[in-house]
Design a protein around this ligand. Sequence first.
Ligand SMILES: [Zn+2]
Length: 147
Amino acid sequence: MSESISGVTLRCGFCLALNSVDLERASDRPVCGECSKPMLLDRPVKVSQEDFERTVLHAQVPVLVDFYADWCAPCKMVAPLLDEIAHQKIGKILVTKVDTDHAPDIAMKYEIRSIPTLIMFQEGEEIERSLGFEPERVRGLVEKVVA
Ligand SMILES: [Zn+2]
């Protein structure tokens, strides 16, 4: 078997086991190797501070990260946009969200001063960020990295 070029490490939303998932086969509905429940890739995946490096920075596909907080009203405006991108670009890009209240070190490292802040990462590096609700800018950025 050839080595995956679209591999990501994701935590199962049900049993919390870490799984290596080949996003190229995302439409085959991959399941968790531990509990056999589906890995849900057609919606934003919640990433903890602990998993940020291996899930976001080591992913072999571009990763869009939504830095948000539960109490943030503008963040709720961004949520449908992220659902749309995750659904439309399944297998090509990983859409994730980081709760900044529970990830202070990551928020500090990337100098998140206002939320929502969306950052596109590729090969562990920040490519570009969007502040607030900028749907056209975010869609354009997505097209740029998946092209
Ligand atoms: Zn599981």
